[in-house]
Ligand binder design. Structure first.
Ligand code: XMP
Length: 511
């Protein structure tokens, strides 16, 4: 893997940290988010070409303010401080940070002076500001390179030492030319060439996996989702038939999905493919269960049971493949807030399968990068571009107790909804869209008859990180067509509603 051009992002708990990493990667430079208290020695040992301090909610004078190793400033490598990161740099190097009476927030016009950080665009630019503390006195050797009407030092530089600070958030879309600023930093200031490519990732990773696994045997739990599919495809390219993919078909997949997975992995790949038809087992354990968390728990447990049983048949394996991706790694390291739902990811760790090591070939990648890798490896677009589908599948989209009949109704309605959205190109503006079967039945009229049938809810959201989401603005014409097709083509449905709730307060899934 081409990692010699490494940028390290020190995490001060800002809400946009992952975005910073994404922007750096968009400049084709490899980066990682690391703890804010990483030692200068380690940064040096890892050969970082530059360091970015993220923003964060703290104040440098706060009791538990996260600080950095001061020696970082003696390493001779460039530093870019963003928001809190700039304030921390100022404070650490002998400048003064003050608290303003009121917070400066919003898309604000910033006036720039000449600086390599702002190469390639004009002297005025709209940027997202979100801060209360501000830099009042610069440390020695620094100069002002940007200001706003209420912030005297919106950006600063120490040209000689290559230290830069910006009070605004270059990583968000609201900042015009934001990616350009990051690109200038990593390429013109840190000297990275920008050679991080997905094709080189694939070649290097396949080579590394071959070396690591040798003649060993690997096992992968395929869910049909993007991450496990791409992880399996990488292993398939590396070790071929020494990989066995187990696809537990829990009967909670969308229409045709199980067959599509089988088509790609069972027929096109050299690896061994086992499809376990476990629908009956799952449905009988779920029968009559209404509580969402109990449903999730049962599915998680049963999944592991089936997987373990199948794995035992295969005999000893050396490696277990997991489709963990970078946001999972970053999030699990943080221990974020309250648990709203117990997310079950197919591929969770089985206790009784004997293996030497876990292999997580996508650990360093963001979702869009995973999709690129999938394409490089020849996975068809409709699998690679698929919106996220939760491990518990349709079980958490049928509200309340589950039956095969309800699942079949939902599968048909969901298929129509997705087909129509894709036909109208709405899939390009929506990051997740699906139908849910509400447990509500209502009165309707069909021809001369009274009906008493189910209500389908349509859900489509637009989001960057799935932590918050807004509803996708689907044109009424599309919605009408979907509704008319569903009530006409799907038996036992007589009413269709569109869910117009954002997240928060609603979650994306219904359970
Ligand atoms: P919520 O419903 O919490 O969902 O707003 C946020 C995102 O997570 C997905 N999701 C899951 N993914 N296992 C998964 O792999 C799960 O148990 C699970 N529950 C929710 C959901 O589809 C959305 O993209």
């Amino acid at each position: 893997m081409q990692k010699e051009e490494l940028i390290l992002i020190l995490d001060f708990c800002g809400q946009y940290n992952q975005l910073i990493a994404r922007r750096v990667r968009e400049c084709n430079v490899y980066c990682e988010i690391v703890r804010h208290d990483i030692s200068a020695e380690e940064i040096k040992a890892r050969g970082a070409k530059g360091v970015i301090f993220t923003g964060g909610p703290a104040s440098v004078y706060g009791e538990n303010a996260p600080l950095c190793d001061k020696e970082i400033f003696n390493l001779g490598i460039p530093v870019l401080g963003i928001c809190y990161g700039m304030q921390l740099m100022t404070h650490t190097l002998g400048g003064k940070v003050e608290r303003a009476d009121k917070r400066e927030y919003g898309e604000i016009e910033v006036n720039f002076s000449q600086s390599v950080l702002f190469d390639g665009f004009t002297d005025k630019n709209v940027c997202l500001m979100s801060h209360t503390d501000f830099v009042e006195t610069l440390p020695e050797g620094f100069e002002k390179i940007a200001y706003t009407s209420s912030c005297p030092y919106a950006a600063i530089e120490n040209k000689e030492k290559n230290f830069y600070g910006i009070q605004f958030h270059a990583e968000v879309n609201n900042t015009v030319n934001g990616t350009r600023i990051i690109d200038n930093f990593v390429k013109k200031i840190c000297g990275c060439s920008g050679s991080w490519q997905m094709s080189s990732f694939v070649t290097e990773t396949v080579k590394a996996l071959k070396e690591k696994i040798g003649d060993g045997k690997a096992l992968c739990a395929l869910s049909g989702g993007v991450d496990s599919s791409v992880a399996a495809a990488l292993l398939n390219a590396a070790i071929g038939e020494n990989l066995t993919c187990i696809f537990v078909d829990h009967g909670l997949m969308r229409k045709n999905e199980g067959d599509e997975v089988e088509e790609v992995f069972g027929k096109r790949f050299k690896s061994k493919f086992v499809r376990v038809n476990a629908e009956q087992r799952f449905l009988s354990r779920l029968a009559g269960v209404e509580d969402p968390e109990t449903k999730r728990k049962i599915i998680g447990e049963e999944f592991i049971n089936v997987f373990e049983e199948e794995a035992k048949k295969i005999g000893k394996v050396d490696f277990l493949v997991q489709g963990t991706i970078y946001p999972d790694v970053v999030e699990s390291g943080k221990g974020i807030g309250a648990s709203i739902k117990s997310h079950h990811n197919v591929g969770g760790l089985p206790d009784h399968v004997d293996f030497k090591e876990i292999v997580e070939p996508l650990r360093d990648l963001f979702k869009d990068e995973v999709r690129k890798v999938g394409r490089e490896l020849g996975i068809p677009d409709h699998l690679v571009d698929r919106p996220p589908f939760p491990g518990p599948g349709l079980a958490i989209r049928v509200i309340g107790d589950i039956t095969k009949e309800k699942l079949d109704i939902l599968r048909e309605a969901d298929y129509i909804f997705r087909e129509e959205l894709e036909r109208d190109g709405i899939n390009k503006i929506s990051n997740q869209y699906f139908a849910a079967l509400t447990n509500v039945r209502s009165v309707g009229v069909m021809g001369d008859y009274r009906t008493y049938d189910y209500m389908i809810a349509l859900r489509a959201v637009t989001t960057m990180d799935f932590m918050t989401a807004t509803i996708t603005r689907i044109p009424y014409e599309t919605l009408e067509r979907v509704s008319s097709r569903i009530v006409n083509e799907v038996k036992n449905v007589n009413r269709v509603v569109y869910d117009i709730t954002g997240k928060p307060p609603a979650t994306i899934e219904y359970e």
